[in-house]
Design a protein around this ligand. Sequence first.
Ligand code: SF4
Length: 393
Amino acid sequence: MIEDLAFLEERAAGAGLAGIPTKVRNGERLTPEDGLALYRTPDLALLGVLADEVRRRRHGDVAYYNVNLHLNYTNWCNKFCTFCAFQRRPKDDGAYCLSPEEVHAALAEAPAEITEVHMVAGVWPALPYAYYLDILRAAKAARPDVHVKAFTMVEVDQIVKTAGKPLGDVLAELQEAGLDSLPGGGAEVFSERVRQELYPKKMGAERWLELAGELHRFGFKTNCTMLYGMTETLEERVEHLTALRELQDRSLAAETGGGFQTYVPLAFHPEGTGLAHLPMPTAPERLRSVAVGRLFLDNVPHVKAYWVMMGLETAQTALNHGADDLDGTVTQERIYHDAGSRAPQRLDRGRLHRLIREAGFVPVERDTLYRELRRFEEPSEDEAVARTPVLEV
Ligand code: SF4
């Protein structure tokens, strides 16, 4: 942390961020105008310094990861989002839908050390309600000790429609079948203008926020996301973050134990999508998105640099721009790899530790709820020989 506030303010004045270092130092909430200034400033280094101050105040010198399995149980989808390379109709080449038995087998064959399975997929209304309950039960039957984090808000919306029951009953039944928490995806960017242009069949902001609020009131932890780098404006990004922050205020006030745990900014990957002509967000833009999230979302505990999406080296650098979490070891991820991510499918523990330690932090293995499982103060043998894969997104 740079102690000299006068120095920071002097630099901020020349970067369109006057007054923001003082607010950050005092823990004051930033306004939407401040958020816009953060997105616009040319001084990414200063942005990183400010976000790092907040990140270290909250989490000290540790950086989190978990040991997890990503299971995209089907790519059948009827939403036809322009930005998505993952979706298929059942008769398309490469279409698949895992049976509960296949979900069971995937969990049973997963590395013994996983503590979480992250299950998200497309949306196909013909799948019966029982299917969702069965895949949860199958996951739990195979690995009762593994935390099941599943279903974006878009999937939840479809599951509730398919069930034809009140939301509260559906949530209770999903929980009974094994659902432990939710990843919170499907928000994309809340702009109705962008939705009409790129994903008109997908739910709008109002329904996403309504569902997230209901999940929190029920007591579920979720994450929150923003897909950036498509056609949204910076103002629309700030409006998105503001809506997330306002919902989190309400959810925390309800004191049910539910709420957003982590903000995950997701960089748009154009390859194979209907927006292949757009450039991918650059590394500085990805770092900026992490830093703005850390500074603006003052009521969300964690910010994740999701390395599958950011690329390893940018995610590693993001640990010094406000991120405190690199996600996990991740196997079998398909959504970003179908859209051209060249990040590896899996990182072993030694590689993750090395990425974290090279960035100046102590690796801490967490569970899904950020309970510390193991802290690795000293480099382990596997870390010493681990080589960081050179492929980048
Ligand atoms: S982003 Fe999700 S909802 Fe949209 S088409 Fe892809 S799988 Fe379907």
